[in-house]
Design a binder for this molecule. Structure first.
Ligand code: 3PG
Length: 306
């Protein structure tokens, strides 16, 4: 049985060593493909593997079809929009994620992004403080909840909305449920997006919502760039010279936006929310354990293509 860790953006050395120990400890063969630059390398590497551990690596039907022995893919992380689930299901390949394992890293980055924008990207211009400001959290899952706790600890007022979580559950978590996305965008100086990229959410944050934000407000996206309607974002930033946007993965038209909006916009050069030693270890080891458990007991608890 061969397990391949295929990560274009590699895990820390300690995380890879930990994964190796778990895989080899179970008597399986361990292999890595890191920092690859071409899908062809991935296609060649998967030819003889039984299990695959990945991050945001694109697992297309072509990759899956090249992996004749593949039985399980574990996305070491939360979002699995990078995997062709239909193609995996058609081949009876189990796909899992490791929910919650890297959430704290993403939540801490979200707080850092808020402060960075409140202080004008660390330029000498007079900034503002987060205490007393209202933060709206769009999607109250593992990351959204942690962001809420950390923001509250800094004295922010926190509101949240989630189509899958009833208002009373949000209230039970000590956070005020928003009446609607429109109401939340209208009343929050900061909005932080934490929803997955799905057919329902892709392109769902656009001009109509962004332009509702109060004077001087900032939109934070540590989720996926696809959830933003980029033309709508540009229109809102064009019309409203007070609005700001920060994102953990550049929009397609980032160079144009940066040129136009200067310190009102910022994108990390590479997705870095989960790029911490702790998140790498938590998600990587969980992925390895889930694979060993799947082969040993058939456990499919974290399967996302059931
Ligand atoms: C996730 O979905 O878990 C995060 O976006 C992190 O992705 P990464 O493992 O590619 O950094």
């Amino acid at each position: 049985m061969k397990v391949l860790v295929a990560t274009e953006k590699p895990f820390s050395t300690a995380a890879v060593a930990g994964i190796k120990e778990i895989i080899e400890g179970a008597g399986y063969q361990f292999a890595t493909l890191e920092k690859y630059t071409d899908t062809g390398e991935l296609i060649t590497a998967v030819a003889d593997v039984d299990a695959l551990i990945i991050r945001t690596d694109k697992i297309t039907a072509e990759v899956l079809n090249a992996a004749k022995n593949l039985k399980i893919v574990v996305r070491a992380g939360a979002g699995y929009d990078n995997i062709d689930l239909a193609a995996a299901t058609a081949r009876k390949i189990v796909v899992m994620n490791t929910p919650g394992q890297n959430s704290n890293g993403v939540a801490e980055l979200t707080i850092a992004m808020m402060i960075f924008m409140a202080r004008n990207q660390f330029t000498p211009a007079t900034g503002s403080e987060l205490e007393g400001k209202r933060l709206g959290i769009q999607a109250f899952g593992n990351v959204g909840r942690l962001v809420g706790k950390k923001a509250e600890a800094m004295g922010m007022k926190v509101t949240a909305i989630d189509p899958f979580i009833p208002a009373e559950k949000i209230r039970e978590a000590g956070v005020e449920p928003a009446e609607s996305a429109e109401q939340m965008y209208s009343s929050c100086m900061y909005i932080s997006i934490h929803m997955p990229a799905t057919p329902e959410t892709i392109g769902s944050i656009g001009y109509d919502l962004i332009v509702k934000m109060p004077k001087g407000a900032c939109l934070i996206n540590a989720a996926r760039k696809e959830v933003i309607d980029e033309a709508g974002l540009e229109k809102a930033l064009d019309e409203r010279e007070d609005l700001k946007y920060i994102t953990d993965v550049a929009p397609d038209n980032y160079e144009v936006l940066k040129e136009k909006f200067g310190t009102r916009i910022f994108a990390t050069p590479k997705k870095m929310g989960a790029q911490t030693a702790e998140a790498n270890l938590n998600a990587g080891l969980a992925a390895a354990r889930q694979i060993v458990d799947f082969f040993a007991t058939g456990n499919t608890r974290f399967q996302v293509n059931k």
